[in-house]
Ligand binder design. Structure first.
Ligand SMILES: [Mg+2]
Length: 368
């Protein structure tokens, strides 16, 4: 069986609300999609995203460098094709753009293979559970006032969410502290509370900030320091009792291994749209061998399957970025995400709703 056609598309979607963190604003959700078709009429959908920059470049790289490596190949050979993409783009790759492109293809390959087996993706991968706890990030953006965060967080708890994440990184340490403290008071002691600094502090600053947070019973502090500064995280971990979470800006298992072996962080947050499903599963396994947990970044429609597939995953993160553009929005019941029982990942773009935001479309055929 061969892949005989690949359609790619670049959508520029407006965010569902204003989203600001310590280092950036989500200007757009640029989604770059790849649809694979086989000679037998099987189909798989994969996609990656950026937040307003680099979408066009991702589409160009996908079309010019990745698609030619995959056309005419057997879609069942996922490991071989992963190696082909990794080594094929090695000179310009290993992180960033090339990984976004190969991840879109890798996700489509897993979707196609699970569909062919007639199983939902989480079952195909060996289900560890049938539903995944969710925590809510959408209530705690940095542009929200303290009162807004408190009100939204309380509403989320009423809806059944068992975790709340608040963005930090205000200029004044005391302002960060007051906001997080107010949320802790509002949601009570039972609900898990996380903070996310989006890479904005130095190691020394993160030690000072975490000291202030020590008594708020935080479940984790996320990306306190620049993602490449593993030593900085190691230093912080020696000075705080708060678990450290990293991973949305890491692109392969080697980068995760560095954090795990140095005990520089204990919660790994791979993003499937940046590492693909093949590497995501390797990262989850690696993390498991360090007796640690994964808790993936965004992409809740895809991650529900992966969190349900492995035994050491904590949560699916709630941010409804794609909700308005898919035919079957993620089912959430009493704070749990329920994976689709359709074969594959079950995600179908709603062409009527997403079509108007398509900037570019291409179709590539295999020339035997
Ligand atoms: Mg984050």
């Amino acid at each position: 069986m061969k892949i005989n056609r690949i359609d790619t598309a670049y959508y520029r979607l407006p965010p569902h609300r204003r989203i600001l963190d310590a280092i950036q604003e989500v200007e757009f959700l640029d989604v770059i999609a790849a649809r694979l078709y086989t000679e037998n009429g099987e189909e798989g959908l994969g996609y990656t995203y950026t937040i307003g920059r680099g979408g066009k470049a991702t589409k160009v790289l996908l079309d010019t460098e990745i698609v030619p490596l995959i056309l005419g190949e057997d879609p069942l050979d996922i490991e071989r094709l992963w190696e082909k993409m990794w080594w094929g783009l090695h000179w310009i790759g290993r992180h960033g753009l090339t990984l976004l492109c190969s991840s879109a293809i890798d996700i489509a390959l897993w979707d196609l293979k699970a569909k062919m087996s007639g199983l939902p993706l989480y079952k195909f991968l060996g289900a560890a559970r049938s539903k995944a706890p969710m925590y809510n990030t959408d209530c705690g953006w940095l542009n929200h006032s303290k009162n807004e965060i408190v009100e939204e967080a309380s509403r989320c708890v009423d809806q059944g969410f068992t975790g709340i994440k608040v963005k930090v990184g205000k200029e004044q340490r005391s302002e960060d502290f007051t906001r997080v403290e107010a949320v802790r008071k509002a949601i009570g002691d039972e609900v898990k509370l996380m903070v996310d600094a989006n890479l904005c502090w130095t190691a020394a600053e993160s030690i000072a900030r975490c000291k202030l947070f020590e008594d708020l019973d935080l479940f984790w502090v996320e990306e306190p320091i620049e993602a490449d500064d593993v030593l900085g995280h190691e230093k912080l971990s020696e000075h705080t009792s708060i678990p450290i979470a990293v991973g949305e800006n890491l692109f392969n298992r080697h980068a995760f291994k560095e954090y795990l072996t140095r005990r520089a962080a204990s919660i790994m947050q791979p993003d499937v749209a940046r590492v693909g499903i093949t590497e995501w599963l390797r990262i989850a396994d690696l993390t498991h061998s360090f007796n640690s947990s994964v808790s993936p970044h965004l992409m809740m429609e895809l991650h529900v399957h992966l969190v349900c597939a492995v035994p050491n995953a904590l949560f699916v993160e709630y941010v409804p970025l794609l909700d308005r553009f898919v035919q079957h929005p993620l089912r959430i019941e009493e704070g749990y995400a329920i994976p689709s029982e359709q074969p594959g990942h079950g995600i179908v773009f709603d062409e009527e709703k997403i079509g108007p935001y398509c900037l570019e479309k291409s179709s590539w055929k295999w020339n035997k």
